[in-house]
Design a protein around this ligand. Structure first.
Ligand SMILES: *Cc1c(COP(=O)(O)O)cnc(C)c1O
Length: 467
């Protein structure tokens, strides 16, 4: 299987090279040359399998010859062995036809662990085989950084640099990044927003000399391997509810558009998903874009679901590539307009194509808090603010189509956001024991200006690849 860039001006790569690159050299994102369909019988057979086994089957066609079947099986077993729930991704019922997929039982308590635990191990193998080192550079709105540091901390061939927006992640999120005492881990607070952090990362990746000198690798959801690992749980959850013999809808708390995009690819592979509901907080660029066709970032607003406080949803570019008929020139035009004019309009046929698969709901702060309270009152389940945004949007989807079950993705453990949860339900969720110690351990991190040059200097001085 080969991968091509959404901007059409970078070389086609095999799976491992696309994974090690992260962002394509032309600034685009890698997508598979084609989607291999999974036959109905193969989907049916996923029901009830151990998660790692299902993951191996779903991922295999995308990896091609790069890993053997035995290696893939070992990677998945290893990646999911650290999850603290025997079902890995348990599905619970909240209401008639409303289900919650709990994706927060990994080591850092957010769904990011599903992809990052797999990616860390896969990258380590690929680097070993090539006998080279990598400098991992990533931006985080909170959970990616913790998951990346957990997955890459201590790996002999990688140094990991994570930029987070100063003062805009929760205490638990920050401490998960800043209390890891490993020499290859560097947490950096940037004086700016998540979008600023992401812009710095993209700027450093597009400085090709710097990129080659440092052997930069990206672990944001611009990395195809992250999306791939997330496709798995759409299949396992839908199969558990009767797919492919029954249509299923999903509601997905959305920021950078990686998670919900994985659902779109699952549908492209043959999973009968009736609709994908994009659930946004008050940072509602995607809801506005679907309603009006105009994609226009506004200022970022801080909310109680900080991991979704994002205005530039990088992975939307992959969807644009598909709904523009894989026309890389058109994607270059749109991204150029975004850079120059700060906005672009989606052509009506492409917008129509998006609306056939997706709808979007904006959930404001009050509705989010009320949803946490409602779920707790109605079912005794405590959900975090991100998951509550999803559930609220799922109810809207159910109101439009009551006959189709909706699976709402629970993307973080409530204990990551104790203040918001306590305000909503009057009870403070407790951190699981393995994380309780992050509140007392000593923190260390650097603070840098919102300036790519300052970050480049910092990385060059500390990355061991340059030596
Ligand atoms: C990252 C994150 C999201 C948003 O996921 P995207 O793939 O960026 O759309 C939602 N909820 C939580 C808790 C997250 O960490």
């Amino acid at each position: 299987m080969r991968y091509l860039s959404t901007r059409g001006e970078a070389p086609r790569l095999d799976f491992c090279d696309a994974m090690l690159a992260g962002l394509a050299r032309d600034g685009g994102l890698y997508v598979p040359e084609r989607l291999t369909p999974l036959a109905p019988a193969a989907i049916r057979a996923l029901a009830g399998l151990p998660y790692a086994e299902a993951a191996t089957r779903v991922v295999a066609p995308f990896v091609g010859e790069d890993f053997t079947a035995a290696e893939l099986a070992e990677l998945a077993r290893d990646a999911y062995s650290g999850f603290r729930h025997a079902a890995t991704a348990p599905l619970i019922q909240l209401d008639a036809n409303l289900f919650l997929l709990e994706l927060f039982h990994g080591p850092t308590l957010a769904f990011k662990d599903f992809a990052m635990q797999w990616l860390g191990r896969a990258m380590d193998r690929a680097l070993e085989r090539r006998d080279r080192r990598a400098t991992i550079l990533g931006a985080t709105s909170g959970d990616t950084g913790a998951a990346a540091i957990e997955a890459f901390g201590g790996l002999p061939r990688a140094d990991v640099f994570i930029l987070f927006p100063k003062g805009r992640v929760s205490d638990v999120q920050r401490r998960q990044m800043t209390t890891v005492d490993k020499p290859n881990v560097h947490a950096i607070a940037i004086e700016g927003s998540f979008d600023d952090c992401q812009a710095i990362v993209k700027a450093l990746f597009s400085d090709l000399a710097f990129r080659d000198e440092l052997g930069l690798s990206g672990v944001n959801s611009i990395n195809w391997a992250r999306i791939l690992a997330q496709i798995v749980y759409y299949f396992t959850a839908a199969a558990a509810l009767g797919a492919p013999d029954r249509r299923i809808a999903f509601a997905v708390p959305t920021g950078n558009f990686g998670d919900v995009l994985a659902g779109y690819y699952a549908k492209g592979m043959g999973l009968p998903i009736s609709r994908l509901t994009i659930a946004t907080n008050e940072n509602d660029i995607l809801a506005r874009a679907l309603a009006t066709g105009l994609y226009k970032p506004l200022g970022v607003k801080a909310t109680q679901s900080p991991s979704m406080d994002i205005q530039v949803s990088s992975n939307f570019e992959r969807l644009l590539f598909e709904v523009y008929g894989r026309d890389a020139g058109a994607v270059r035009g749109l991204m150029g307009a975004l850079k120059q004019a700060g906005e672009f309009s989606i052509a009506p046929p492409s917008l129509g194509a998006i609306r056939r698969d997706f709808d979007a709901e904006r959930v404001d702060e009050q509705a989010c808090a009320e949803e946490m309270a409602r779920v707790y009152r109605d079912s005794g389940v405590v959900v975090d603010p991100h998951s509550a945004v999803g559930v609220h949007a799922a109810r809207a989807a159910l109101a439009r189509d009551p006959a189709t079950p909706v699976i709402s993705l629970a993307t973080a453990h409530p204990a990551k956001f104790p203040e918001a949860v306590e305000r909503a339900i009057g009870r403070r969720p407790e951190l699981p024991p393995h994380l309780a110690e992050v509140v007392s351990r000593r923190e260390h991190y650097a603070t840098l200006a919102n300036d790519p040059a300052a970050v480049a200097r910092f990385v060059r001085e500390r990355a061991r690849v340059a030596a």
